[in-house]
Design a protein. Structure first.
Length: 286
């Protein structure tokens, strides 16, 4: 079965996958989320609809777009279950190279017009190595929370065609994002800036410079950041931050090494908002 026009899929139903699916479905795209975990898959559509209700209540999402979501959202248990010929497939699974390589190779077999990865740190060229058509592949790096942050970082690999970059840019603009285009270097532009601030904030917390709340307040009130680096790390997921630290430090050295407090929190299973505890207590927040 071939996919209708303006159809896409997101591989991975985690925090970022849900956000990406929300962005496309609320823009009128037929959107499928691939999630292998049955428990998580069962709650995906409900989670996106609940977020849409928040958007409507805050005046950020028209009522008719929220009402249309049930007819636009589907869930699949495997990449092989996706229809052929989708306009776009975005891979958004944890920052582990072998996992991404396997899923991207499977996704390419479904014949999408454009294939993208949401990686925030891994090399686009390394990920393209398993593809038969690397010219149709690029990075489409969204930012959490996807429904609030308009930035979209398009990453051009060595083999990425100019047409692919322009397609990705047009798609981003069409769903309400404001794209930038960057060259494929480790961490691209945004992850290098974001993580260096986050890791320094963690080291300041380790050294007792100030509380987590006050460190974040300094960045919010002094420099106009909408959210502090420690709270943002909790939202992103501390396990994700640790994966990125390992990737970036392998390329850039000690300045991106994971702070010990981050290593310890992940080892203890405190991953941020998704587990109820990280640098902050999220147990009573939705």
């Amino acid at each position: 079965m071939n996919a209708p026009k303006n159809s896409m899929a997101v591989i991975g139903g985690g925090t970022m996958g849900i956000g990406i699916a929300y962005a496309f479905a609320t823009a009128g795209w037929r959107t499928c989320v691939v999630e292998t975990d049955a428990t998580r898959a069962g709650g995906l559509v409900a989670a996106i609809r609940e977020r849409a209700e928040v958007g409507v209540a805050r005046g950020r999402l028209p009522t008719d777009r929220a009402a249309a979501l049930p007819g636009l959202l589907t869930v699949a248990g495997a990449v092989d279950d996706l229809p052929a010929g989708l306009d776009l497939i975005v891979e958004s699974v944890p920052e582990r190279l072998e996992l991404k390589l396997d899923l991207l190779a499977a996704a390419e077999k479904r014949g999408p017009a454009l294939l993208a990865t949401n990686t925030s740190a891994l090399s686009i060229d390394d990920l393209a190595a398993v593809l038969l058509r690397p010219d149709r592949f690029c990075g489409m790096h969204f930012f959490n929370p996807v429904w609030s942050i308009p930035l979209l970082e398009i990453v051009r690999g060595e083999a990425t065609s100019g047409e692919t970059v322009e397609q990705a840019r047009a798609i981003g603009v069409g769903i309400g994002k404001d794209p930038i285009v960057v060259r494929n270097v480790p961490g691209f532009a945004t992850s290098r800036l974001d993580n260096i601030a986050a890791f320094e904030a963690m080291r300041m917390l380790e050294e007792g410079v100030a509380s987590a709340e006050d460190i974040d307040k300094a960045l919010r009130l002094g420099y106009g950041h909408p959210i502090g680096p420690l709270r943002l790390s909790d939202v992103v997921g501390l396990d994700v931050r640790l994966d990125i630290a390992n990737t970036l430090s392998a390329r850039y050295g000690e300045r991106y090494a994971a702070p010990q407090i981050l290593v310890d929190l992940v080892a203890a299973g405190h991953l941020g908002r998704k587990t109820g505890r990280g640098f902050f207590d999220w147990s009573e927040e939705d």
